[in-house]
Design a protein around this ligand. Structure first.
Ligand SMILES: Cc1ncc(COP(=O)(O)O)c(C=O)c1O
Length: 420
């Protein structure tokens, strides 16, 4: 048997050979993970409320996903879709076209990461509309590549020192559709705008949701002006909010939908799904990539779709959301350091504040993450000020782990509240 190094030794090597910019949340190195639990190389067991930043909605190593991966790996691992095609790619494209909102012909293709899906959506939108302007939002996050980072709002840590950024990107505040209307008068003519890209629930931004009228009005303005509406569902999709896609809560049909993260239960895969006429407009050879739509990842994604159906995961997400929402409201009532609650369904988050100053408290949020880790729970921060705690546990988490995890948060909130 291979002898595992200890966390401390691995951390030393990590610090020697891996740049600091590739940040980490906890100092553990994982040896195995199952459902909603991770165990590190020293046998320390943690309940996972981070789910690989929302990639593990079906749980770590779901047997159906593992079997699909094994089965595919024994047949063929990669041929490159551009060289030799394979069925899992086609089957996944078909199924995603069928389940995404919009009763019209659709097409889909694949990439490897969320950021790459964003890049591709912008390429397709510009090609189809023959326009270059892209409208994005304040507090948005769309990835770390040049286009993804240019569309992203928060400067530190995502953009500082990494410019110049991609041109023809315009940013408006999130949540007020009237501002979009006047923006098209004051800043850029609608005839120059290819697309508007929005997260239905802003993920890194703090699980922020816009008011009910926002997306319907945005979609209407897009339609009137020939602007494409791209929904970035990379964090909010795959059942997180209780519907398969968060945009369904607004009853709005995007022209293009982007998926990644939980799509393939942790394997690198992203999808760009949209109206057929848009998706099929670029010339042959204009889209794709060597690894894009890798068959093992496609098989994992097909297993994920099966799990949603067979295990009634949307219902589970709804129930989980109700439990979390109840708990968060209790904390909000009982602790002065718990501020606003954000999100919908089981995509929920709560803000840690300094109650005396009534301001976001990033340091305390970070302390909460560290305290929880020491007691065996992994949670994540997010938000403009880094003060929001987001909950992205697998939707399949069992009651015991859920309650244990929530109790760890509660005890630490109690501790921080008393010390306040
Ligand atoms: C909404 C959204 N878009 C895009 C991305 C980028 O995805 P990736 O990190 O896979 O490139 C993320 C990642 O957090 C995201 O939350």
């Amino acid at each position: 048997m291979r002898i595992m190094k200890k966390n401390k030794d691995l951390l030393e090597l990590r610090n020697k050979y891996v740049p600091q910019a590739v940040y980490n949340t906890i100092p553990s190195f994982i040896e195995r993970a199952k459902c909603a639990k991770m165990t590190d190389v020293e046998g320390f067991e943690m309940i996972d409320f981070a789910g690989g930043i929302g990639t593990i909605n079906v749980g770590h190593c779901h047997p159906k996903v593992v079997n699909a991966i094994k089965d595919q790996a024994e047949k063929y691992i990669h041929t490159c879709f551009h060289v030799a095609m394979y069925e899992p790619y086609i089957e996944l494209a078909k199924r995603l076209c069928e389940i995404t909102p919009g009763d019209f012909p659709k097409m889909a293709f694949f990439a490897n990461s969320g950021a790459e899906a964003v890049e591709n959506a912008i390429k397709v939108a510009r090609y189809y509309t023959k326009r270059s302007g892209i409208i994005t939002f304040e507090n948005a996050f769309h990835g770390r590549t040049l286009m993804g980072m240019s569309l992203t709002s928060k400067v530190k840590p995502y953009k500082l020192g990494f410019g110049p950024f991609a041109p023809e990107i315009y940013r408006i505040p999130y949540g007020d559709a009237n501002l979009f209307e006047t923006f098209l008068i004051d800043h850029i003519a609608p005839e120059s705008v290819a697309a508007i890209i929005a997260e239905p629930v802003q993920g890194e931004g703090g699980f922020i949701t816009p008011p009910p009228e926002f997306f319907p009005k945005i979609a209407e303005l897009c339609q009137e002006n020939g602007i494409l509406f791209i929904a970035d569902e990379i964090q909010s999709g795959m059942g997180r909010t209780g519907t398969m896609f968060a945009i369904e809560h607004w009853n709005v049909v995007p022209d293009i939908i982007l998926l990644a993260k939980s799509l393939a239960a942790g394997l690198p895969l992203s999808a760009i799904i949209g109206r057929k006429e848009i998706m099929d407009s670029p010339h042959i050879g204009g889209l794709g990539g060597t690894y894009s739509g890798n068959p093992v990842a496609c098989r994992a994604a097909l297993a994920v779709l099966d799990i949603f159906k067979e295990d009634n995961l949307l219902h589970k997400a709804e129930i989980l959301g109700q439990k979390l929402s109840k708990q968060l409201k209790i904390w909000q009532d009982n602790f002065d350091i718990v501020g606003r609650i954000h999100g919908i369904g089981s995509m929920l988050a709560f803000e840690i504040i300094d109650p005396k100053a009534n301001k976001p408290d990033k340091d305390k949020a970070k302390e909460l993450v560290n305290l929880c880790y020491k007691k065996g729970l992994v949670i994540l921060t997010c938000g403009k000020f880094g003060s929001i705690i987001r909950l992205l546990m697998p939707l399949v988490i069992n009651d015991e782990d859920l309650e244990k995890g929530l109790k760890i948060i509660e005890e630490n909130l109690q501790f921080l509240e008393k010390r306040n």
